[in-house]
Design a binder for this molecule. Structure first.
Ligand code: PLP
Length: 380
């Protein structure tokens, strides 16, 4: 029996980067500035440069990054915030935490990114209802690929909506040859360990080109602090990035470009070997994915479950992102107007994510593609 393949291999990643991370972390233990130490600012500069944004603000998580961006826009009761129904829960949760209303939008059946047709329909419905004020759109760069930013920018400008980018899954991806990080008024990142640029705990960042906004986010992450330490200018949160996480992330950022290349090579190997009957993920035009998730598409739930079981038997772990669209989740359904979002409703039964991380060996990738082919041979 061969060793099982890991869906995410943090011990192996640790071993590969251990020396660099240890060196960085040791420095923090020496200076002991555990909150807002110099590594936070160093990381912020590196992140801004990497993402092509003027400013980066290190924060406690991707969720808190979104929360603070919405707080900065003074989003609250009576406001509508448009976001895809097929995304991670955090994108919608922050809207409700502020008392605003998430308006769920359907996604494209091939790229899984937000559907501009559905967005226009959902906006028209909210305007016709006259109960909510349309305020913002959160474009989510899903699975490592970019949202349709050209279309989203034109739409937001025309409809006078604030455009926010939830780039938690896709930092490192590029669009029209430029890295994501400056497509919206603010771009939020997550450093949750399983994201392409993952730390060793929770962490996040907000990127922006606007100096005033960057200053506002710095205030919001430190309890709404004013110009001096004990002046409270606004309501904020404890939303800072730990110095230790920043130290780990600086070391990880040094290896990030190589990791992105490795993820892309694995995706290409999967694409090339994909047998008939299993659909490889559609690529968003004019972009390069950060490959947070490589999700294949099956014709129906029976085929998906059968492939998942077959892969498990072969020692290949898989995952389903996301089994249920947000508007059908118990916590959110009562905040949904009942509109049907058929693509988001159907995808949960048909998607299946394969392992994709830099620690996968060529041998493991071959084992995975062999297992895909043997399933297809028996089932299609
Ligand atoms: C992971 C994720 C978040 C939240 O990030 P955390 O750092 O875990 O809080 C937000 N949006 C999306 C799309 C995500 O995948």
């Amino acid at each position: 029996m061969t060793d099982p393949i890991a869906f995410l291999d943090l011990p192996k990643q640790q071993a590969r980067l251990k020396d660099a991370i240890d060196r960085r972390v040791k420095t923090v233990f020496e200076h002991c500035r555990f909150v807002m130490g110099p590594e936070v600012e160093e990381l912020e500069q590196r992140l801004a440069a990497f993402g092509g944004a003027k400013y980066a603000v290190g924060v406690s998580s991707g969720t808190d990054a979104l929360l603070m961006v919405l707080m900065g826009e003074e989003i609250g009761p009576g406001d509508a915030v448009f976001l895809p129904a097929f995304t991670y829960t955090a994108t919608a949760e922050v809207v409700l935490l502020l008392g605003a209303t998430p308006v769920f939008v359907d996604v494209e059946p091939d790229t899984f990114q937000i559907s501009m047709t559905s967005l226009a329909e959902r906006l028209a419905a909210v305007r016709a209802g006259e109960e909510l004020e349309p305020r913002a759109v959160i474009g989510v760069d899903l699975f490592g690929q970019p949202a349709p930013w050209d279309e989203l920018k034109a739409f937001a400008a025309r409809e006078e909506l604030t455009l926010i980018a939830d780039c938690a899954q896709s930092f490192g991806a590029s669009y029209h040859g430029r890295r994501l990080g400056h497509e919206a008024r603010a771009t939020t990142l997550s450093f949750f360990p399983s994201k392409p640029l993952g730390g060793y705990g929770d962490g996040g960042a907000i990127l922006t080109d606007d100096a005033d906004l960057a200053a506002l986010y710095r205030s919001l992450r430190t309890h709404g602090e004013g110009k001096t330490r004990y002046e409270v200018e606004r309501i904020g949160i404890n939303g800072r990035l730990d110095t230790l996480q920043a130290a780990v992330l600086i070391a990880k950022l040094d290896a990030f470009e190589d990791e992105l290349k490795r993820r892309d090579a694995i995706a290409s190997a999967y694409d090339a070997a994909m047998p008939e009957g299993i659909q490889a993920p559609a690529r968003v035009a004019e972009s390069e994915s950060a490959w947070a998730i490589y999700s294949v598409l099956l014709p129906d739930a029976v085929a998906r479950d059968s492939l998942q079981a077959h892969l498990k038997e072969a020692g290949v772990p898989t995952a389903v992102y996301y089994p249920k669209p947000l508007h059908h989740q118990p916590a959110y359904s009562e905040h949904h107007d009942g509109a049907s979002l058929p693509v988001s409703e159907g995808l949960g039964a048909r998607v299946l994510a394969l392992p994709i991380h830099p620690e996968l060996t060529d041998d493991e990738v071959s084992r995975i593609t062999d297992a895909l082919k043997s399933w297809a041979g028996e089932n299609t």
